[in-house]
Ligand binder design. Structure first.
Ligand code: DGL
Length: 275
């Protein structure tokens, strides 16, 4: 059995291309349809209700593209909307939080894990819940790092100011003795070098993009959804607003072959009461 339909991937914007990069490396035969909600990025500072609604809308749009599986390549969306997506969608859905938590539990020796992400992700407590479900004795120190996304979008990946901000956010975590740090935001793998320099071997980095790609591979196998084609598969990228400079930053940093970017209008759902 094989299934030639594309894997659908969505993110609040361009950052989820880090997951696409990992998927391309691990599953080169699979077509990918990527949808970035650039009209409404960032999700990380918005309420859970709004992020959930946006996520359902992005998933609806991916289903219109006949995808066989939905990858929620956004930590903020995975943190607050995965449950609703699992209940509602007609295809399997996967987020980035559980794979990241599994990798962190496997990596830590001191049983003290640090997690960094957007405000929405950290406020949701989703990483703590997943980590403690895997190991009830684990100690978790989580910290929102809202200034990192704009610095990355500006392309300041190797910059003194970014290093300073990293030191300010991560200093307390290293002082508390975390030995493993989860990059709980799809943008952060672009700062892996800078964060690694700051940590100087004191903590291992867990990148949710790679662990998510591995989980997608397992899910495809479990549902017999793998494509059987030989040779290179296609990558389509669609955005809800015109591409900005961050697409160029991501293209360069990730060395991804992205053809012409398509534009899609958001398919709106009625708003629910705010949480
Ligand atoms: N994609 C988001 C995440 O992984 C980061 C950008 C945003 O705040 O929307 O949390």
């Amino acid at each position: 059995m094989s299934d030639p339909r594309p894997i659908g991937v969505f993110d609040s914007g361009i950052g989820g291309l880090t997951v696409v990069k990992a998927l391309r490396e691990l599953l080169p035969n699979e077509d990918i349809f990527y949808l970035g909600d650039t009209a409404r990025v960032p999700y990380g500072g918005k309420s859970a209700t709004t992020v959930e609604r946006y996520s359902l809308e992005m998933a609806d749009m991916l289903l219109e593209e006949n995808v066989k599986l939905v990858v929620t390549a956004c930590n903020s969306a995975s943190a607050v909307a995965l449950g609703r997506l699992e209940q509602t969608l007609s295809v399997p859905v996967i987020g980035v939080i559980k794979p990241g938590a599994q990798a962190a539990v496997a990596a830590t020796r001191s049983q003290h894990v640090g997690v960094i992400g957007t405000r929405a992700t950290i406020k949701s407590g989703a990483y703590e819940r997943e980590l403690r479900a895997l190991n009830p004795d684990i100690n978790v120190t989580a910290r929102a790092c809202p200034l990192l996304v704009p610095l990355i979008e500006e392309g300041w990946l190797d910059d003194g100011l970014t290093d300073h901000v990293i030191a300010r956010y991560l200093g307390p975590l290293t002082q508390e003795g975390v030995d493993t740090l989860v990059l709980g935001c799809t943008h952060y793998p672009l700062l892996a070098d800078a964060i690694g320099r700051f940590l100087a071997g004191k903590a291992k980095l867990v990148d949710s993009a790679h662990t998510c790609a591995k989980a997608v591979e397992q899910l495809l196998d479990r549902h017999s959804l793998r494509a059987s084609r030989g040779g290179a598969a296609s990558l389509q990228v669609a955005l809800t607003d015109a591409p900005d400079t961050f697409l160029a930053v991501a293209r360069r940093a990730l060395q991804l072959e992205i053809g012409e970017v398509q534009l899609r209008e958001v398919l709106h759902r009625a708003p629910a009461t705010a949480r």
